[in-house]
Design a protein around this ligand. Structure first.
Ligand code: GS8
Length: 218
């Protein structure tokens, strides 16, 4: 097996975080596409607890959970530009915002395409508040960590390809609610590491429509 292997699927924002971090560090790796309806023995062995992608396998040892993988990549390939700041307090802050992206942004974003009616309207209101919290945290900085692209940017950038899906299902404009965040997203997409991984927002939308049909939540 190659020294670095990534178990992943097309379009996963979690997998894309790992791909962006690996690209930022210039690490060569083997991409192994998983079929989540028929998980490989390697995935089940490597992530026996959650049985989810992405999993990074480094020298035969698996690391699970995308944000933990990004931190691991930063620590192992420490000679590249750092993704997390050196200062312990700034590191804790970066981890806080990464966690916020998962627990609030991603979680609420998922409700935008799953729910309908009153519940959807509530989720939309909550999502707009979340956008504004992130917009305030970004402020006038180039990236979330300041002048350099890093951990929080990697946590959130893959979800930029989902903005169109959120907007279409919930009926609002991310740009009207959080213009600085949209500008930040455009800056991120200018980076090769992000541009290469990010999918066409229309394709993400189509795949969500197909997934909804599969789930029976039309
Ligand atoms: C989430 C990974 C995840 O949801 C992380 O790595 O950050 N907190 C984790 N992976 C999904 C695919 S992407 O939507 C997955 O593997 N699902 C398979 C399953 O639930 O059986």
């Amino acid at each position: 097996m190659a020294e670095v292997v990534l178990l992943d699927v097309w379009g996963s924002p979690f997998g894309q975080r790992c791909q962006i971090a690996l690209a930022e560090k210039g690490v060569a790796y083997e991409f192994k596409e998983e079929d989540l309806s028929n998980k490989s023995p390697l995935l089940l062995q490597s992530n026996p607890v959650h049985k989810k992608i992405p999993v990074l396998i480094h020298d035969g040892k698996p690391v699970c959970e995308s944000l933990i993988i990004v931190q691991y990549i930063d620590e192992v390939w420490s000679d590249g530009a750092p993704l997390l700041p050196a200062d312990p307090y700034a590191r804790a802050q970066a981890r806080f915002w990464g966690d916020f992206v998962d627990k609030k942004f991603y979680e609420c974003g998922t409700r935008l395409w799953k729910l309908k009616g009153e519940a959807l309207q509530e989720a939309k209101k909550e999502f707009i508040e979340i956008l504004k919290v992130l917009e305030a945290e970004l402020g006038d900085k180039k990236y979330f960590g300041g002048d350099t692209f890093g951990y929080v940017d990697i946590a959130l950038a893959p979800l930029c390809a989902w903005f169109y899906t959120y907007e279409t299902f919930a009926g609002f404009s991310v740009e009207a609610e959080a213009p600085k965040l949209v500008m930040w997203g455009r800056r991120c997409i200018e980076r090769e590491s992000v541009a290469k991984m990010l999918h066409d927002p229309l394709k993400v939308y189509e795949s969500v429509c197909q997934f909804k049909k599969k789930l029976g939540v039309e």
